[in-house]
Design a protein around this ligand. Sequence first.
Ligand SMILES: C[S@@+](CC[C@H](N)C(=O)[O-])C[C@H]1O[C@@H](n2cnc3c(N)ncnc32)[C@H](O)[C@@H]1O
Length: 345
Amino acid sequence: MKGYKEDENGYYTLDSSGKKWYAHPKGQLPSDLFEIGIISRSAKEREKFPTQKPEALIERIIRASTDKDSIVLDCFVGSGTTAAVAEKLGRRWIAADINKGAIQTSIKRLQKLPDMQHGIAHYRVNNYDANTHLERRDIVIKKYGVQTDRQEAFFDGTLDGTLVKIIDLTKPLTPLDIQTIKDELENRPDESRNITVFCYGINSGIQAELKEENRRRAINKIFARDIGSEGVTTFEPASAEVNFERDGDSVTVTIADYISPTILARMDIDRTIFDEQIDDFHAQIDCVLIDTDYTGEHFKIVESDVPKKKEDFVDGEYTVLLPRPDARVAVKIIDMLGEETEITE
Ligand SMILES: C[S@@+](CC[C@H](N)C(=O)[O-])C[C@H]1O[C@@H](n2cnc3c(N)ncnc32)[C@H](O)[C@@H]1O
């Protein structure tokens, strides 16, 4: 130890009065500043994710705060660093992210880990495939049948004889949103219709206040509808046609077709992204995983087709050995938006 002397009691330094101060046998207490370098460009762990954290940093935190088999939760997992480190350290883990691309990156990263035999369960917690206000607004208009009115500057249209206001659907309704509607109504003394307000989240206080005000008002009653609690879903699952042909102790799995309504809808929104590739359905598929002994519980990856380059397609046809003649085969297709479709023979 630098700067220390040693005697039969351990390492020590001397103060100005000559008193011996011994170093603690377990070393110095760590400070709350961790000095860990950023991930280098050529690092193996690099995932090309803009805010990716170094594994060494997360490892230190996990080691300091958990034991083997502890459950580590990261609600904002990004490129999957926390889950990957937790897995390597023998911890159980739960990871979440709002961004499909992040989930996709994390799943691929975790699948590359050598001991990832037990597979990863991927749950879709809600069925929205829209994150921006405009995407959600579009869903509301279609789902509820709002008649839009381009002449209107303030309201979005009409529904069942009411005027419709769709407030910013990325945040809950606020008293200020309601006030803005009331101010608009003040400027329209002849307006007799009621108002439907669509929002994404509303607290019970605002709802109770509106109810009370509506009771007192003869016209221009304001009804708030929370698309979150009304369970508006827009998600139509993808479907795949997969053929299984057995021949003795092997099976040939062929993906004959794959249709993702979500990708098709996205193509309509932004043709420039998908135009070149869409002639071939394989272009929509990011990777194909096969379990040759599927128990119905966990998907174990026995065979995987993950093209190295982004522009490469999956093969779509795989001949794999079966562990037993009666083993059940399952195929998981993960598409470019991270949607998973599982097909069992
Ligand atoms: C700073 S990044 C995390 C980076 C991560 N530690 C890594 O090493 O890759 C934050 C992540 O939080 C996600 N996120 C932001 N808001 C969220 C929300 N409300 N729910 C779930 N995930 C969210 C983002 O999509 C992003 O991937």
